[in-house]
Every structure is written in structure tokens, then in C-alpha cells.
Design a protein around this ligand. Structure first.
Ligand code: SER
Length: 340
């Protein structure tokens, strides 16, 4: 790649002035965040301008019926490139990933999807002069040696999971590409994400979603972390808001690229069960920790996200009470009308 930074910027400016609309590709669009992000971006930029992609999992009917959907494999560069060319893509949200729990069962797969997938996308960003890339990171970048309370933006990054290793490496790789090639690449360290459209797949924070489905359906839940396990979390509407706000932020205000700390709330598993009980009094939760306990214990409990507040105005809307009320309402109505 011989293009210098200045040449690259000039080319981007001229290609941007020719393009009035964003042409977005989302990888992992059948996943927990990707599925809702697809719909939010389609709403904002127009259905046909947002190409949802996945590898194997069939996306929701909502995603499938509202705009283009294609199967790609992020570990196969040519499959991404084909879509960039076919749809004249200028922006990618790379949501495809193997999460922490599955990553411990399949570390090689986790490395391959999370790292080689990202590497392919960053190379394609240079080769096709893409204007902006979103790469999610995670609280999994932190490890047992990181301060657990009010975890700073700049701190020890020594994760003990393969997922965490790929996320730290992804942040570094993204920062490297941003500096060396001038690519506009942005990302944040998502905490556990709670949602009610698509179930999360294979993460450690999944209990904070499963508990709602089980509370509504069976009035009981067996939680796979101890009751005093506290982790930072965020409700999906805030996750979508954070993602789009960061991607739209004025580049001149951003000092960080791929590693913004963000949070909305922190609670223990027991706090969450108590909050659900306020709405479903007969709900009972018991605790049977498995291998995911150790992963949860290696992550922070509360996060300092002041850099995100300062650089792009991050401010969440949902706390534990508001999120729980909304989750219970949405899922109860769905269960009554069609079950799950
Ligand atoms: N939710 C993710 C996981 O539990 C953390 O980013 O793996």
C-alpha cells in the first residue's frame, strides 16, 4: 500500500463530496446488537442504504424484510469485498464477533473471527477508501489487575479470556491503522448489553437478559454467576444511541479512536433479581455459578466514562429501574400475544 496519509485524505474528501448518502454495511447483523443497529440505521439513512450481513444465522424477519441482506464470512476477505463493490459501501459497522464464553470453548475460532475479520475490514477500508469504520470493543479488555471501581479510560489491559485478548488487539490495531493510514475508525468498550429483540449469543453477561425471559415465562431463573457479582451494563436503546452518536461525532473533538469507556449502570445479579421482583412478585432466582463466574470476576464493576462524555457527549437514558420496567413490559406483552 503506497498511498500516503495526505493522498488518502484527499481521495476521501473528493469521494465524500461525490457521495451524498451514506452506504453502510453491517457485519453480524443477525446478532444481538447488529439486528437492532440495522433497524436503527435503516430508519436514519434509508432501508436500501444499509446492507445487513451475516455468516450463517438467519436474521429476524424484520431485518430480512426491510432491506438488503447478504451472507458473508468476515474471515474471507473476498466475500466482504464483493459486497463493498456491489453496494458501493463507504461505512462499515463490524459487529461480527465470538463472545467471551464461546471464545473460551473455541479460542482459535474466536481469534480467527475477531482478529482476521477485523484485519480484512481494515485492509479493505484502505483499498476501497472507506470513510468510516465502527469496531466494537468490550469491558473484556480489562483483567484481574485492572482497578475494579470507576475503571479509568487509560489503565491496565491484561485480559484473561481469548475474547479479551482479541478486543485489546483490535483496539491497538484500529489505533495503528488510524494513525498510519488516517482511517476514521471508532469504537467503544461495550458493557453487558440488555435487550429484548435478539438473544445474546455466548457471552458472560447473558444472564442479565435470560433472567427476564425466564422471570416472565417460568417465574424462576437459575443464574450462572453468584448473587454478589456486579458488572457494568447498558440497555439496548442506549447502546444504539451511543454507537450512532460516536459514529456521527465531530472528528476534530475525538482524541480516542477505538477504546472509549462507556457505561450506563452497574448492578449485582441479586440487585437485578430484586428489581424484577418489584414487577413479578412471585419471581425466584437461585445462583449456580459455572465457569463464567471467573470471567465475570476478572472484569470491572463500575466504569469511568468521562472521556466519552467529554469528547462526544455520551449520556445514557436508562438506569436499572427504568430498564427493568421497560424489559418487563415489552417481554410480558410479547409473551401474552405470541409466547416465546
Ligand atoms: N457481553 C460480552 C460478553 O459477555 C462482553 O462484551 O462476552
Amino acid at each position: 500500500m503506497n498511498t500516503t496519509r495526505q493522498e488518502y485524505h484527499k481521495e476521501i474528501e473528493s469521494s465524500m463530496s461525490q457521495k451524498t448518502m451514506k452506504r453502510i454495511l453491517i457485519t453480524g447483523a443477525a446478532g444481538q446488537i447488529g439486528s437492532e443497529l440495522t433497524m436503527a440505521l435503516r430508519e436514519k439513512y434509508g432501508n436500501d442504504n444499509v446492507v445487513a450481513t451475516g455468516r450463517k444465522t438467519k436474521p429476524s424477519e424484520t431485518v430480512l424484510n426491510s432491506g438488503p441482506f447478504e451472507y458473508i464470512d468476515v474471515t474471507k476477505k473476498e466475500t466482504i469485498e464483493e459486497m463493498i463493490e456491489k453496494y458501493d459501501i463507504d461505512t462499515i459497522y463490524n459487529m461480527a464477533a465470538i463472545l467471551s464464553a464461546v471464545g473460551e470453548d473455541h479460542p482459535q475460532l474466536c481469534w480467527n473471527v475477531n482478529m482476521n475479520g477485523l484485519y480484512n475490514i481494515l485492509d479493505l477500508a484502505i483499498e476501497h477508501q472507506l470513510t468510516r469504520i465502527f469496531v466494537p470493543s468490550s469491558i473484556a479488555v480489562f483483567g484481574p489487575e485492572t482497578p475494579k471501581q470507576n475503571t479509568p479510560q487509560e489503565t491496565v489491559l491484561k485480559p484473561t479470556t481469548m475474547y479479551g485478548v482479541t478486543k485489546v488487539s483490535g483496539e491497538l490495531l484500529g489505533d495503528y491503522y488510524a494513525k498510519k493510514y488516517g482511517i476514521d475508525i471508532r469504537g467503544m468498550r461495550y458493557p453487558g448489553i440488555i435487550s429484548n429483540e435478539t438473544l445474546p449469543g455466548g457471552g458472560t453477561t447473558d444472564y442479565a437478559v435470560e433472567i427476564f425471559y425466564e422471570a416472565i415465562k417460568n417465574k424462576k431463573y437459575t443464574c450462572f454467576v453468584k448473587k454478589d457479582t456486579m458488572l457494568p451494563m447498558m440497555y439496548m436503546p442506549d447502546c444504539i444511541k451511543a454507537t450512532i452518536d460516536l459514529m456521527e461525532a465531530d472528528p476534530s473533538k475525538l482524541k480516542h479512536h477505538c477504546d472509549f469507556n462507556v457505561t450506563a449502570m452497574s448492578f449485582s445479579a441479586e440487585d437485578l433479581a430484586h428489581e424484577i421482583k418489584k414487577h413479578i412478585p412471585e419471581f425466584k432466582c437461585e445462583y449456580k455459578p459455572d465457569f463464567r463466574q471467573k470471567i465475570a470476576e476478572s472484569w470491572p464493576q463500575t466504569i469511568d466514562d468521562s472521556a466519552a462524555q467529554k469528547e462526544w457527549g455520551w449520556n445514557p437514558d436508562f438506569d436499572l429501574a427504568k430498564m427493568t420496567e421497560d424489559m418487563v413490559n415489552v417481554l410480558s406483552q410479547r409473551y401474552e400475544s405470541k409466547g416465546f
